[in-house]
Design a protein around this ligand. Structure first.
Ligand code: ADP
Ligand code: MG
Length: 627
């Protein structure tokens, strides 16, 4: 409990004790009223203050205003009819504050839960200086520095291991509890915890660009993107509260006037009391609090399993997903190619591979990384100039002054170079040196182990169609697609073609659910933003993809797509349950209050009760285990 909450608890206890004690104190008249007023102010002074501020700022109609009018009205009535029954006004305030305390406790707790699970922000980085480890702010470490991470420490910056081997705990990022082995040459991302060995890491990004910073930024911004249901509630409250106030005034005035004109007693007190009760019941707190809290808990719950949802509006879209479109390389396959063969080469294999690796030295395409790995030697970038990457085709660059073109058959056609077809199934990288064909390298990628199951689970979750789009050759695409059980396959697409394919699908499915595109972001950022919802692979994906996407999968596991959809559905259904439940109870009690069947006590119980139940229901969205 925070200090503020403790003070509130003390106020509740003091005021409650006074309320009970005063029942036995034999005073009447003004002294009695003064004593009750003290108890009232102890519990309600901040509400009165807030209501006053609201009126001054022109934002009159909020729940503070409702509570103030209702309780002051009750006190005025008790004074007027000399009953001296002030306890009702105090009790109403008391229960209202109990409800508020409960809410703030629940909200604080779920916020803390989320920040605990987001406890990935590193406090320091170790740098070796003159044989000693010095702790510095991760912000001060420049790219290319060597940092030392000891067992038990968080990896503060993204980079590559240059020395040492260890097991990494990635659960804070991915929800995956099995440790991941890492050794020299592996890339590591910040936010993982180093468990067993000492690692020396050469940093690849500054702190602000590192994975941890990106994730924290995402989570911090998530609550500012509001969904339709949330907007609905704030609009609703803006109209609802004034309407309720007008109805209350009418309720206080019309029946007595009608009574009078009919020659009966006016019964002003009865109807004013009913109007005040009506005001208390109409307090919209349950909705105002529980809906943002449900989304907040839902986003927190999803990030626990490594699915980062950038805002509650995406939560709503994700829950309606009916078509899932995949990129192939890096999304359904690992994006780590192996060289299977080198054919028709005009020079030694080694030399050809060297040309390819050098020409690819600044591309971020998985193919480029794989060729550099296969080459295996340090790459001297100073030998390479005039690099041009043509997306969906390949690269052209000058290596030691000679022009090297490396890419698919489209690239060869574009450059007017005669190439030889390959008969093995795989991704073919043709090479041309100084305009003359120099052979091709056959590389192949492997499917991610969970891809097949991921597609099956999407089907089970009610996704009607799965589609794979790829720039790769038809033979490879068809084989992968058939293996995984994808419904529709489109291959040999340029990045622009992927956008038009997605647009065709969007058109065919308008009004029949939402379309999600899943990609690793290597030249598919435009598609990510064109789809109803863009899902990016966070660990392997490019920064551009993580920017453009609405949902980021931290561990690149396609199984998380179905999981994300299920979680979002659960969260949305909790939101609707709360809306329906709260409005129903309110409607019933509004009628009971207006007809005098329930009094203020019943009214406040209904209000606090609904709020407590709605908040408890909202917190369910944080639980993700059983999905
Ligand atoms: P995918 O849809 O499989 O992610 P891309 O659109 O990224 O495919 O690339 C399509 C094809 O273009 C690749 O299969 C490859 O043949 C060629 N290509 C793209 N970038 C490169 C590169 N850097 N080097 C060689 N070939 C490339
Ligand atoms: Mg790709």
């Amino acid at each position: 409990m925070s200090k503020k909450q403790k003070i509130m608890l003390a106020r509740i206890l003091i005021s409650a004790a006074m309320l009970m004690g005063l029942a036995f104190v034999p005073v009447s008249g003004l002294p009695r009223m003064a004593l009750y007023l003290i108890a009232y102010l102890v519990i309600g002074y901040d509400i009165l203050k807030k209501a006053g501020k609201g009126i001054l700022n022109g934002q009159v109609f909020d729940e503070n205003f409702l509570m103030t009018i209702a309780t002051l009205g009750a006190i005025a009535l008790a004074t007027y009819d000399r009953s001296g029954d002030y306890s009702e006004a105090i009790a109403v305030m008391l229960f209202y504050q109990v409800g508020e305390l409960f809410q703030s406790y629940a909200v604080g707790k779920s916020r803390r839960n989320i920040s605990a699970l987001m406890d990935i922000r590193p406090d320091y980085a170790n740098i070796e200086r003159e044989g000693q480890l010095v702790r510095v702010d991760p912000d001060e470490v420049s790219v290319g520095s060597i940092i030392v991470v000891q067992p038990g420490e968080k990896i503060p910056l993204d980079g590559m291991i240059v020395e040492g081997a260890s097991a990494l705990n990635t659960s804070a990022l991915t929800g995956e509890s099995l440790p991941r082995d890492a050794k020299a040459g592996d890339e590591v991302i910040s936010g993982c915890i180093n468990m067993t060995g000492v690692l020396k890491i050469k940093t690849a990004r500054e702190f602000g660009e590192s994975t941890v910073s990106k994730i924290l930024e995402l989570v911090e911004n998530a609550s500012s993107r509001k969904s339709k249901s949330e907007n609905f509630i704030s609009k609703f409250a803006r109209i609802y509260t004034p309407v309720v106030c007008i109805v209350a005034v009418l309720l206080a005035v019309i029946p007595p006037v009608v009574n009078l004109t009919a020659g009966n007693l006016a019964l002003w007190e009865v109807w004013i009391y009913r109007a005040l009760t009506f005001l208390i019941i109409s307090c919209p707190c349950a909705l105002v609090v529980s809906i943002p809290l449900s989304f907040f808990a839902g986003i927190g719950g999803a990030s626990k399993v490594g699915v980062l949802i950038k805002g509650s509006n995406y939560m709503e879209t994700l829950s309606k997903t009916k078509v899932v479109v995949f990129d192939k390389t890096g999304t359904l396959t690992k994006g780590v190619f192996e060289v299977n063969g080198i054919h028709h080469n005009a020079m030694e294999n080694e030399k050809l591979l060297e040309y390819a690796a050098l020409a690819e030295c600044s591309s971020s395409h998985p193919i480029s990384k794989s060729l550099q790995n296969a080459y295996g030697k340090e790459i001297d970038r100073s030998r390479v100039t005039d690099i041009e990457e043509i997306s969906g085709h390949g690269v052209v660059a000058k290596v030691d002054g000679t022009t090297v073109a490396a890419g698919n058959s489209k690239l060869m056609k574009k450059l007017d170079i005669e190439y030889k077809d390959c008969h093995s199934v795989g991704t073919i990288i043709h090479l041309a040196i100084d305009g003359a064909y120099a052979g091709h390298i056959v590389i192949s990628d492997v499917e991610k182990p969970t891809s097949r199951q991921a597609i099956a689970q999407l089907k089970k979750a009610g996704v009607e169609k799965t589609v794979m789009l790829t720039g790769d050759a038809k033979a490879v695409a068809d084989k992968v697609g058939a293996d995984l059980g994808v419904d529709e396959i489109h291959s040999e697409l340029l990045p622009g073609d992927k956008v038009s394919e997605v647009e065709k699908l969007l058109k065919a499915h308008t009004g029949k659910g939402k379309l999600a595109f899943v990609g690793d972001g290597i030249n598919d950022a435009p598609v990510l933003s064109r789809a109803d919802i863009g899902i990016a692979m966070g660990a392997l994906g490019s920064d551009a993809a993580i920017e453009a996407a609405d949902v980021v999968l931290m561990d690149d596991d396609p199984m998380k797509i179905a999981k994300g959809i299920m979680l979002s559905r659960k969260c949305i259904s909790i939101v609707y349950q709360n809306i329906v439940f709260a409005l129903l109870v309110k409607a019933v009690f509004l009628i009971l209050g207006a007809t005098g069947i329930t009094n203020m006590w019943g009214a406040i119980f209904a209000d606090v009760g609904v709020t407590v139940l709605a908040v408890l229901n909202a917190i369910r969205a944080l639980r993700v285990r059983n999905i």
